[in-house]
Design a protein around this ligand. Structure first.
Ligand code: ADP
Length: 486
């Protein structure tokens, strides 16, 4: 099967979150299942810089009259069996050649022409689906998140006797790509598309809604999230539409890319380790404590959080539970950036607890590896979580996840109790309500288990053993593609 994967990010070229990890890992995993995947990406500077042997395969003009070249090149190491991934890149300097974050300027203001930047991505996908590259055409287009959300709409209105089906994957329904109604004129779609049965959403244009209306199938990154987004609590106003499409909506869990995340062969760890030999883990912990200014306490449980510092990720709970962690004799380490108020509150707490709490307001891929490799507990107390990758990295690196029972967290972590300890299914700590009381109780349970060293080791082993790669998920995607093609 020939699949075109359309996304705004792809690790290691460009990453702001889990979307990039998925887009970077999926082509090789699908390749192992017999799919021939090519990627389509906007020509952001980091993408252009990473592309090898680019050559132009064609060009098109956007609805607002801007010329876009499509080049095809190679991304070494990201394809089947460690080979190169063939990637199409949209070359339009006026749209994409801006330093830094792909979506907003240095003041965190979204670019005013974002609707054009991602409409071009959508039209690029449609042109490739319908013959722009004489040497290769996809049988199916797999679009990721709102950035690629307009593609199913552009393809639905393409004048062609044969149809190329589309799959749209929601990585986070909270980010919808909404723009003023006036932007619709730039999109190149018939006027009828701007209505309640099209991409109009409360008077605005929504790229997310475009995908949910026009894609042949919708997937999310966990089965629980696929159910949750059909409820008013988690539907962000789109739950009714999602319920109406329930027959074409399913969830496939993300996996862990073992070529990037493997504690036994992680070049970013000073002391690699595996489930059988964990001495390296203790050495990594000492090095992490030294690096981040935490007291060198080998027996203090080290709680960590790596992620966007937002309410979604449960930072208010983490702040409300600082005393529980520090007062109980533990340590807390946070790596991330995000809401200014949360950043300030975390920094203030770290200042109030020197040696016991440290905060790095940064985006640092290598430090993230060292944190999973050296910490004892990975905190992911999210309000909602489509899949979540950090709890999976925590599992694999022997840092027990402490998570809220929601979305992909509910699907990937098993709470520790006598029964799950006994049948070896326990992998971490799970709490139910998004409140500080429930969160603190989970922290106390983590302390209690930490004092029972044999049980702690057993749960850690369970997690390291079950931590899954991409094989199973790639099989499910392959079967889904096949069903859409049949
Ligand atoms: P989301 O996509 O909602 O941000 P995920 O858990 O799915 O959350 O994926 C987040 C990814 O980004 C993980 O690979 C995580 O390690 C990484 N990450 C998030 N924040 C940082 C940071 N400050 N430094 C390094 N890596 C980070």
């Amino acid at each position: 099967m020939r699949i075109l994967q359309v996304s705004a990010e792809l690790f290691p070229l460009l990453k702001t979150g889990g979307l990039a990890d998925v887009a970077g890992a999926l082509p090789a995993a699908l390749g192992a299942q017999g799919c021939a995947v090519r990627a389509l990406l906007p020509g952001f500077p980091a993408v252009v810089a990473g592309l090898r042997a680019p050559h132009k395969v064609g060009s098109f003009t956007t609805p607002w009259g801007e010329g876009v070249d499509i080049v095809l090149g190679e991304l070494p190491g990201l394809g089947t069996a460690g080979g190169a991934l063939q990637a199409y890149v949209l070359m339009a300097a006026g749209l994409y050649d801006r330093p830094g974050n792909p979506y907003h300027d240095t003041q965190h203001n979204p670019y005013a022409d974002n609707h054009r930047r991602f409409a071009a991505l959508a039209w690029g996908a449609a042109h490739l689906a319908y013959g722009l590259d004489a040497g290769w055409g996809p049988q199916l287009v797999h679009c990721h998140d709102w950035h690629a959300g307009l593609a199913p709409a552009c393809m639905a209105y393409w004048d062609s006797p044969q149809r190329v089906p589309t799959l749209f994957t929601i990585h986070n329904l909270a980010y919808q790509g909404c723009f003023a109604a006036a932007c619709f004129a730039d999109l190149g779609l018939p006027a009828s598309a701007f209505g309640v049965n099209g991409l109009e959403f409360y008077g605005q244009v929504s790229f997310m809604k475009a995908a949910l209306v026009y894609a042949d199938h919708i997937s999310t990154v966990s089965p629980s999230y696929a159910r949750e987004i059909q409820t008013p609590e988690q539907g962000f106003g789109l739950d009714g539409l999602l319920r109406s499409r329930a027959a074409q909506l399913s969830g496939i869990l993300n996996g862990v890319d073992g070529s990037v995340w493997d504690p036994g062969h992680d070049a970013l760890l000073a002391h690699p380790f595996d489930g059988r030999k964990l001495t390296g883990k203790a050495l990594n912990k000492a090095a992490l404590q030294a690096e981040t200014g935490l007291d060198l306490l080998p027996d203090a449980p080290l709680f960590s959080l790596v992620g966007r510092l937002t309410e979604q990720k449960g930072l208010p709970l983490v702040l409300g539970g600082v005393e529980e962690v520090v007062g109980g004799g533990g340590q807390l380490l946070v790596l991330g950036s995000g809401d200014t108020a949360l950043e300030h509150a975390l920094a203030a707490q770290a200042q109030a607890h020197p040696g016991r709490m440290a905060v790095r307001l940064d985006y640092d891929e290598a430090l993230a590896h060292r944190i999973f490799g050296g910490s004892d507990v990975t905190l992911v107390p999210s309000r909602f979580e489509p899949c979540g990758l950090t709890q999976l990295y925590g599992l694999k690196y022997g840092s027990l996840p402490l998570v809220r029972r929601v979305g992909g967290l509910a699907d990937t972590v098993v709470d520790t109790d006598l029964e799950s300890l006994d049948d070896r299914s326990a992998t971490g700590f799970v709490f139910d309500n998004f409140d500080t009381t429930d969160y603190r109780r989970a922290v106390r349970r983590a302390f209690a288990l930490y004092r029972r060293r044999a049980d702690w080791s057993r749960v850690r082993q369970n997690g390291m053993r079950i931590a899954s790669g991409w094989e199973q998920s790639a099989l499910l995607y392959r079967d889904l593609y096949a069903s859409l093609l049949s």
